[in-house]
Write a protein that binds this ligand. Structure first.
Ligand code: GCW
Length: 660
């Protein structure tokens, strides 16, 4: 199967005044990472400028120099790019830093940025910049929309040229850790921690290391039962403890560079410590102790909730479950445990408030988990560039009482009394030729890495860089695609579930509308619409979730009058005639946004059509088909939502547009 090179295509760059620096490279360093950096420079120079770059043994007259230096402020991964006379100096404390510098230099060249005054100092602001793949051993991908896995096929692990290109893509945007198997560890995946698999995983881990990427694996909490033959997985049981100690020893004998394990416990049917009346810290710490001698890390997910809620029970609230299970345990987790907190608090909806554990957890390492696989945001059929949404989350203030109190500050460890360690995304890749199904969905992959490295970047500048590298730097292409991508998240929000209420998707597969699909399913995720109104009461009269935030957010969310419009139905049950801050009634807002959203998708389709002559026919056609599907999907959402609320409420559209 063939595949493309995404943003590492290194298109021919014409009329670049600084191409002449790409004549010679000089470095005193050697090693696997440096070899990869040099190989990348060679490949890119060849493709971008049609020439071969020489590797010199002495300092050339003109060219690129890679140098290790000692500069504390650059940390273990930062770098500097500077011009001195006829030389471009790339310097870093580590080889990994030099590799990142090489990719940054190539990015500048691909975007035709002048190098004459270059003075770039870049240090990643988050320690962990991680991907989670939900790939299964049979090759399928849970919530995968880009074909099958390129890690697994027929219960086997694959390591090949594509895996190498994957590692290059990661390194090029600064992603430094990845979990390759599904958090729902079932069947053969449990056996990863047995010898035949460990041998193969070692090869993968070595490859990743040579690109500065740490391999992590998802772990079945009950492996001691499933493969160990023990009758319990009680984390305080001595046989369980020693089984894991021995197992970790075996694992690290084979893969000394393994980063550690990710665990989904007590969630959606996965086993966990609750079965034995132990808490989440008991479970995580037992594994953490066993892995500590090898500097391994246990990443423990906070996505723990009761998925069989009785609809009559208006106190149980999936949104507050993670908070309820983990807040009281703050400080109980060992140093090598990192809690992975999903955002939003319910699931990966197009709009939710941030999870209130951010700004509340003080003594426990934690990271934020987002999803670039577009499970609820169009499944890589509909365009939805998510980086503006993540940027909004990252810049949200938590009011935790410190100077630097945004979520980005927390995750970057700048908020001194909190222990943020980084950010994770559920990946959107598969073995499709273009990696991400929808060609434009690769902007989420690229954008996640760039934003994970530097929260200060704007979603727009990220997108422009990505377009220049992936498509072309032609003005029209950059302009139209930037506009398309930047409008896509607000448009998606307009034609789907309104005002933060979430879900309303087809149960199980999660694409397209089914307004009451989850309302009447056992897997209760409610919107509580009736004849009079809609929304979930999360004030103190309801589930009390709003009060979990630090003030002033708690007060702001507590009352419908002060709650931001876009989150109103997440926090409150209101009448259809409730007036929003924008002056419209809730119902009229629903009608208007849905008509508008569907119309905007028509516009998006024509914007894409404008680019026909500037995009390769193959990319053009396959993307065109997706825009057409999106148009149908948006129309379907618009019709169903409007018709549902018209029939529930009996209140007509003020503009008398057709509603069925
Ligand atoms: O949203 C749900 C998904 C599940 C997923 C789960 C999770 C991996 O529908 O497919 O399981 O989230 O995050 O664990």
């Amino acid at each position: 199967m063939s595949w493309e090179q995404a943003w590492l295509a290194y298109h021919c760059v014409v009329n670049y005044e600084d191409a002449s620096y790409f004549e010679a490279i000089y470095t005193l360093e050697s090693g696997k990472i440096i070899d990869n950096a040099l190989e990348e420079l060679r490949l890119a120079t060849n493709k971008m400028f049609g020439k071969s770059i020489a590797i010199e043994r002495s300092m050339p007259q003109k060219g690129i120099c890679l140098m290790l230096i000692e500069e504390i402020s650059l940390n273990e991964a930062g770098y500097k790019i500077e011009r001195k006379n006829n030389l471009i100096f790339l310097s870093a404390n580590t080889q990994k830093g030099l590799l990142y510098a090489v990719f940054a230099l190539l990015r500048l060249a691909a975007c035709k940025v002048s190098l004459s005054d270059v003075h770039l100092v870049s240090v990643p602001d988050k320690e962990f910049r991680m991907l989670n793949h939900w790939d299964n051993m049979d090759g399928s991908i849970e919530r995968g929309y880009s074909g099958n896995s390129f890690f697994f096929k027929d219960q086997k692990i694959e390591v090949n040229e594509r895996t190498k290109d994957y590692a290059r893509l990661l390194a090029s945007i600064g992603i430094n850790a990845t979990v390759i198997n599904n958090v729902n560890v079932r069947a053969e995946a449990t056996d990863f921690i047995t010898e035949p698999y460990l041998k193969q995983l070692r090869v993968l881990s070595d490859l990743f290391e040579s690109y500065g990427v740490k391999l992590f694996l998802s772990l079945n909490y009950a492996a001691c039962i499933d493969i160990g033959g023990i009758t319990t997985a009680d984390p305080l049981d001595k046989t369980v403890i020693s089984w894991w100690e021995e197992r970790m020893e075996l694992v690290y004998q084979h893969i000394p560079t393994l980063g550690g394990f990710l665990v989904k416990a007590d969630s959606e049917g996965r086993p966990g410590p609750f079965t034995y009346k132990r808490n989440q810290a008991d479970g995580a710490n037992m594994l953490a102790r066993a892995i500590a001698p090898y500097q391994g890390i246990i990443i423990w997910r906070c996505f723990v909730y009761n998925c069989q809620q009785d609809w009559r029970d208006k106190k149980i609230d999936r949104a507050r479950a993670a908070y309820d299970y983990f807040y009281d345990l703050d400080g109980e987790f060992l140093e090598n445990v990192i809690l992975q907190i999903k955002n939003g608090p319910i699931d990966f909806q197009v709009r939710e408030p941030f999870m209130p554990l951010f700004g509340k957890l003080k003594k426990t390492n934690h990271m934020m988990e987002v999803q670039i696989a577009q499970e609820y945001t169009g499944q890589q059929i509909d365009l939805c560039y998510l980086i503006p949404w993540f940027k909004e989350l990252l810049t949200s203030r938590t009011y935790c009482g410190e100077d630097k109190d945004t979520i980005a500050d927390l995750l970057e460890g700048k908020c001194c009394n909190h222990k943020g360690r980084g950010i994770v995304a559920v990946a959107n890749t598969g073995n499709d030729e273009n990696w991400t199904g929808h060609d434009l969905a690769a902007a989420n992959f690229y954008g996640f890495g760039r934003m994970a490295w530097d929260s200060k970047l704007s979603p727009e500048e990220i997108v422009k860089e990505w377009i220049s590298q992936t498509f072309s730097d032609k003005r029209e292409v950059v302009m139209v695609l930037t506009k398309l991508l930047m409008m896509s998240w607000p448009v998606y929000e307009k034609y789907t579930a309104p005002l933060g209420v979430g879900f309303m998707v087809t149960p199980s597969n999660h694409y397209g509308p089914n307004i009451d699909g989850y309302e009447y399913s056992k897997w209760g995720t409610y919107h509580r619409a009736d004849h009079f109104g809609i929304g979930v009461d999360r004030s103190l009269k309801g589930t009390g979730y709003a009060s979990l935030y630090n003030p002033p957010l708690a007060m702001q969310y507590e009352y419908a009058d002060t709650c931001p419009d876009e989150l109103l139905l997440f926090f409150h049950h209101v009448d259809y005639n409730h007036i929003l801050h924008n002056g419209k009634t809730v119902l009229q807002h629903i009608y208007d946004t849905h008509f508008e959203g569907a119309k905007k998708v028509e516009e998006m389709l024509s914007m894409w059509e404008q680019l026909k002559e500037s995009i390769s026919p193959e990319k053009y056609e396959r993307t065109l088909i997706r825009f057409q599907q999106q148009r149908n999907n948006a129309k379907e959402w618009c019709d169903q939502i409007n018709s549902y609320f018209y029939r529930k409420s009996g209140i007509a559209d003020q503009h008398q547009r057709p509603i069925y």
